[in-house]
Design a protein around this ligand. Structure first.
Ligand code: NI
Ligand code: MN
Length: 227
């Protein structure tokens, strides 16, 4: 059984069957939706979808405290290496087998500047993650993205998908329903909404719009889902 904890926005922790702690898009301190401090989160691996502050903001303090390995695109990983972090660089479409499972970076349509000091030189393509755990579960975190036809390539390959629904900076609810139609996950967990007023959305309305296409699990920040 893997345990997913959503910390609000795009930030989540995934504890795998073997007790490995993955943290995706660490953004704790300045995340108004977040219920925990970066000081209290365990991490063995930190996955960063792109360099915007609301996804990378607490990666360095988290990696410094835990010694976790950072998994990201080559450019984000190279920047993190200049900051003294341990990294594992991938690029879009490329996967790596780790002790806990196989991680592949998926395409995302979005911006990619690294919003940390000196990060401008390391602008990268944004990404999502497909994580095939050794224990068999298949998890997808889409990152920040608009609706893209590439999502069709994930059809039938995802059990649990985290999709942004906030609109304005990512897909809104209507396009997220179309993403569900393309990916056909068993379970969808909405993210990247209600953090701030410009991305206010009603997750219950999204759940209704998805209907029978998938089970929509709405988490409150700090909420968990076992799969
Ligand atoms: Ni972004
Ligand atoms: Mn974002």
């Amino acid at each position: 059984m893997a345990k997913l904890t959503w910390h609000g926005h795009a930030t989540c922790s995934l504890e795998t069957d073997d007790g490995t702690h993955l943290v995706i898009d660490p953004f704790f301190g300045e995340n108004p939706a977040c219920e925990v401090s970066v000081e209290d989160v365990p991490a063995d691996f930190i996955l960063i979808s792109h360099g915007h502050k609301d996804h990378i903001g607490d990666a360095i303090p988290l990696a410094e405290r835990t010694g976790a390995t950072i998994i990201a695109t080559f450019e984000v990983a190279t920047y993190m290496e200049t900051q003294g972090m341990t990294v594992s660089a991938h690029h879009i479409g490329g996967g790596v087998r780790y002790p806990f499972g196989y991680v592949k970076l998926t395409p995302a349509l979005h911006g990619g500047i690294i919003e940390l000091p000196g990060g401008e030189r390391y602008t990268s393509l944004p990404a999502g993650f497909l994580i095939n755990l050794e224990s068999g579960q298949r998890f997808h975190h889409a990152g920040d993205t608009g609706l893209i036809s590439h999502m069709e390539l994930l059809k039938g390959r995802v059990d649990v998908a985290m999709l942004p629904i906030g609109d304005r900076y990512t897909m809104g609810p209507e396009d997220a329903v179309r993403a569900v139609e393309m990916i056909e996950p068993k379970v969808v967990i909405p993210m990247h909404y209600n953090t701030w007023p410009p991305i206010a959305q009603d997750p219950e309305a999204f759940k209704k719009a998805v209907g029978k296409r998938a089970e929509v699990v709405i988490l409150a920040p700090g909420g968990t889902y076992d799969f």
